[in-house]
Design a protein around this ligand. Structure first.
Ligand code: KG4
Ligand code: ZN
Length: 334
């Protein structure tokens, strides 16, 4: 049988990425052009700037992805692209590029969901068993997603306010660290001698939803109280207290979700999957509870096109291509 070769494009936020993926699991190339240095000066991603940067590098990244994979466009099965969710102007650049290529090369188009991509990043490193449960933790998303069968997603819990990465970035900012602040808070938390006591937000009993904005405000209060007394805030202790609170709630709800759905695996994905505290806590809890845990390497956790190729493959197998008149959809549902 012919291999399924998908060229995938991801431009939902601040990474311009193009990959060539074989049979949904073998990455032939995965080129990522990050705009992080550009946005750092602004303390966060500026949508208008992100769109312009995608336009600047898009064709070059496409050429590199094909060259590194050693694949000629005519060998491709289809062209996939992140259709949403994300920043609309950023998504549009990828969608227009993908449509143009599909038209020029006479290949089918596969509009793909960004979170399906994050979830299927796990298929790049392991064989998935169903039913399974995914904890999605990124700068834009915090969700518990159940998959009873391949390609069928059910969101059982989500954040009601900030995404966990967003909370990390805001807390980092209030502690005096630049964007993106997650890695700084993570490092401080691990170095701290003790934790400043901060609340855990569990919401209603039985709920799989999350809320991080109250915790973020609690951090701000502690920082401001110190400053009012003319003292330097205990930055490391606050970072550790914040991280312990976040990790405890994420891990507890993820394990409970696995149990209540009879899931055979717990998958982790999104940029916050790089967090040392979260990884360590999940690894030890899953070991103790005999739950199979999959964590992709960092390059597949943060935004990348290989994960979009993996998710597009599954969509292609089950429902085929997407009409060429599809539109970028910032609120695209899973
Ligand atoms: O998945 P991602 O690259 O982009 C989105 O799609 O949002 O996630 C980026 C987020 C940022 O908020 C960043 O601060 C956070 O992931 N992050 C971390 C760590 N590394 C990255 N948060 C906590 N600990 C880390 N080690
Ligand atoms: Zn993402």
């Amino acid at each position: 049988v012919q291999p399924v070769l998908i060229l995938a494009i991801e431009t939902s936020c601040d990474e311009t990425s193009v990959a060539v993926v074989k049979d949904g699991c073998e990455v032939l190339s995965n080129i990522i052009s990050s705009q992080i240095e550009t946005h750092r000066a602004f303390g966060g991603v500026v949508p208008e700037v992100a769109s312009r940067k995608h336009v600047e590098v898009m064709t070059l990244v496409i050429e590199q992805a094909l060259a590194e994979a050693g694949v000629h466009p005519q060998q491709l099965t289809a062209v996939a692209v992140t259709q949403g969710p994300g920043l609309v102007g950023a998504l549009l650049v990828g969608v227009v590029a993908a449509k143009s290529l599909a038209l020029a090369w006479n290949k089918p188009l596969i509009g793909t969901h960004h979170i399906a991509g994050h979830i299927y990043a796990n298929r790049l490193v392991a064989e998935l068993k169903y039913p399974n449960m995914t904890l999605v933790v990124s700068g834009g998303h915090t969700e518990l997603v159940s998959m009873e069968q391949e390609g069928v997603f059910r969101i059982i819990g989500r954040t009601r306010d900030d995404a966990v990465g967003e909370a990390y970035d805001k807390v980092a900012r209030s502690l005096g660290f630049p964007y993106p602040g997650g890695p700084h808070v993570d490092r401080l938390a691990r170095e701290a001698a003790e934790a400043v006591a901060l609340p855990r937000v569990w919401l209603e009993p039985g709920s799989y939803d999350f809320s991080f904005s109250g915790l973020k405000s609690a951090v701000l209060n502690v920082v401001n109280q110190s400053k009012m007394k003319g003292l330097e805030p205990n930055v490391a202790g606050i970072a550790r207290g914040f991280q312990e609170s976040v990790v405890e709630v994420l891990v507890e709800k993820a394990i409970r979700a696995v149990r209540s759905t009879g899931s055979r695996q717990l998958l982790l994905c999104g940029g916050v999957a790089a967090n040392g505290g979260l990884r360590a806590a999940l690894i030890s809890r899953c070991e103790a509870e005999k739950i199979e845990l999959i964590i992709p390497p960092p390059v597949y956790c943060t935004d990348n096109a290989a994960m979009i190729g993996a998710a597009a493959y599954v969509k292609w197998q089950h429902s085929g291509g997407t009409p060429l008149d599809m539109v970028a959809d910032p609120g695209f549902s899973l």
